[in-house]
Design a protein around this ligand. Structure first.
Ligand SMILES: [Zn+2]
Length: 432
C-alpha cells in the first residue's frame, strides 16, 4: 500500500511522458474502451496535480466542467479515452492519488442505454413515449402535434434561429383566461449531452395537459399563469449529440481561428461575461464565446426574456447531473436581495422532491453550492428583473452521469415535477 503524499516535485517530469489524446473521430465505436473515473483530491498537492494533468490531456471533465473548478474534497468525474487511460491511470497510481472507475467501457454503456430505440420510437404521436429519450426531430414533431391537438392550452412559436438555421421553438402553455397573466420560463438542454433535461421539459408539458382536468393545483397553475417551455435550447448541439458525439456540450458555431466548434451557452450571457469560471479558449468546454450573446440561441432567448421581463416571474433552467437546486449568484459569493423568499422556495421544493423517492437534493447559491461561474443564464435572468431564478441539476450524482438510463426518466421527472409545482405555487403566494 503506497503512502499518499509523495513530493509533487517529482511529478512534472512524469507529466511530460503523458500523451495528449485527441478524441476519436467517427461516431460508431468512438468510445470503445473509454472509462469514466472519479477522483476526490484530498490536498492542495493532489488538486494541483489533477488540474495540471487534466489540462494537458484535455480529458473530458464531466464534473466539474473545467479543471479550474477542481477543489479539495469535491468529486471530480472524468471521461478518459482508452489511449489516455493507459498512461493516466498508472500516473495517478504513481502519484498516490486513488481513483475509482465509475464506467469501465463507455461504448458498452452507451449501447446499453440506446440499444433498441429506433424500434420503440416509431409510434404515433398520440401514444408518445415519455420514458425514452427523443431526437430533436421527434421533439419538434411532438411540439407541432400538441399545437394542433391542444390548441386551447398550447401555442408553439419560434423565438429565432440557431447557428445552423434550426427554429428555436418555445411552447406557451396555459389557459387564455385573462389578458394579463404572470409567467414562468423553463428551458432544458442548454448543454447538449444532458439528455434528461429535454425529457423533463416534455414530461412537464405532458403532466400539465393530463392533470389539468383532474388536479385542482395544476388547474390553478394553468389558469393563473403562462408557462413558456423551451424543451431544447441548444438545438444544434443536441442534434450533434445524437448523430456524432454523445458527450457534446456546447453550441455548434464555427470559430474563425480555431478548428474547435461551439461556445458554452451557459457562459455566453451578458452578466460578468467571461470572468471567473469561464474560458477564453475556443477549444475549452466552458468557452464563453467571442463576445456576450455571440450565440444566436442565447441572443434570441435573451431578447425574448428582456421583452417579457415584466410578465415573467420565474426562470427555471434544467441541467444534469449533481442533484442540486441552485439560485443566484453564480458569479460571486454574495447574498441576493430577496434571499429569504428564494431560499424558502428552494427549501420547500427540495423537500417536495424528496417526498417522492427519498432522493436528496442540495440547494443554495450556485457559487457556494456548485462553483463560481460567470455569464450564466440564471444570473442574467435574475439581474434582468426575474425575481425567482433557479437552475436544477437533475439526477444522478455520477453513477451513470450523462448516461442516465431511460428506466430512470420516470422517477426523475416525477420527483422534479413536485419541485417545480412547489416553486410555481409559491409564486402565486406573496413573498417579496
Ligand atoms: Zn448543464
Amino acid at each position: 500500500m503506497p503512502l499518499r503524499g509523495r513530493p509533487a516535485a517529482l511529478l512534472p517530469l512524469c507529466l511530460l511522458c503523458l500523451q495528449a489524446a485527441l478524441p476519436l473521430r467517427g461516431h460508431r465505436g468512438r468510445y470503445a474502451g473509454d472509462k469514466v473515473i472519479r477522483v476526490v483530491p484530498e490536498s492542495k498537492r493532489e488538486t494541483q496535480i489533477l488540474r495540471a494533468a487534466f489540462n494537458r490531456l484535455k480529458v473530458d471533465l464531466w464534473q466539474p466542467s473545467s479543471p479550474f473548478h477542481i477543489v479539495e474534497g469535491t468529486v471530480t468525474d472524468v471521461r478518459v479515452p482508452q489511449n489516455t487511460s493507459r498512461s493516466l491511470l498508472p500516473y495517478l497510481q504513481q502519484a498516490d492519488i486513488p481513483y475509482t472507475i465509475l464506467i469501465s467501457d463507455l461504448q458498452k454503456a452507451i449501447e446499453n442505454q440506446t440499444g433498441s430505440r429506433t424500434y420503440r420510437n416509431r409510434r404515433s404521436l398520440s401514444e408518445y413515449n415519455y420514458e425514452v429519450y427523443h431526437s430533436l426531430e421527434e421533439i419538434q414533431g411532438w411540439m407541432y402535434h400538441l399545437n394542433k391537438t391542444h390548441s386551447d392550452l398550447v401555442h408553439v412559436f419560434s423565438v429565432g434561429k440557431s447557428y445552423e438555421g434550426r427554429p428555436l421553438l418555445v411552447l406557451k402553455l396555459g389557459k387564455r383566461s385573462r389578458p394579463y397573466k404572470k409567467a414562468v420560463w423553463m428551458d432544458c438542454g442548454i448543454h447538449a449531452r444532458e439528455w434528461i433535461g429535454p425529457a423533463f421539459c416534455q414530461w412537464f408539458v405532458k403532466e400539465a395537459l393530463q392533470m389539468y382536468q383532474i388536479d385542482p393545483a395544476m388547474r390553478k397553475m394553468l389558469t393563473q399563469l403562462y408557462f413558456y417551455v423551451m424543451p431544447v435550447f441548444n438545438v444544434d448541439g443536441y442534434h450533434f449529440s445524437w448523430t456524432n458525439d454523445r458527450f457534446w456540450r456546447k453550441t455548434r458555431s464555427k470559430n474563425a481561428r480555431f478548428r474547435c466548434h461551439g461556445v458554452d451557452a451557459n457562459r455566453n450571457w451578458k452578466v460578468k461575461w467571461c470572468d471567473e469560471g469561464a474560458s477564453f479558449h475556443p477549444c475549452d468546454d466552458t468557452y464563453c464565446g467571442p463576445f456576450p450573446e455571440s450565440e444566436p440561441e442565447v441572443k434570441a432567448v435573451a431578447h425574448f426574456l428582456r421583452k417579457h421581463r415584466k410578465q415573467i416571474k420565474a426562470y427555471l433552467s434544467f441541467h444534469a447531473y449533481a442533484q442540486m437546486l441552485l439560485y443566484p449568484y453564480s458569479y460571486k459569493y454574495a447574498t441576493i436581495p430577496n434571499f429569504s423568499c428564494v431560499e424558502s422556495a428552494a427549501y420547500n421544493a427540495v423537500n417536495a422532491l424528496q417526498s417522492a423517492y427519498g432522493v436528496r437534493y442540495r440547494y443554495g447559491p450556485a457559487s457556494s453550492t456548485l462553483y463560481v461561474s460567470s455569464g450564466s443564464s440564471m444570473d442574467w435572468a435574475y439581474k434582468n428583473g426575474i425575481p425567482y431564478a433557479f437552475a436544477f441539476e437533475l439526477r444522478d450524482t455520477g453513477h451513470f452521469g450523462f448516461l442516465l438510463p431511460e428506466t430512470l426518466i420516470k422517477p426523475t421527472c416525477t420527483e422534479t415535477m413536485l419541485a417545480v409545482k412547489n416553486i410555481t405555487l409559491h409564486l402565486l403566494k406573496k413573498c417579496h
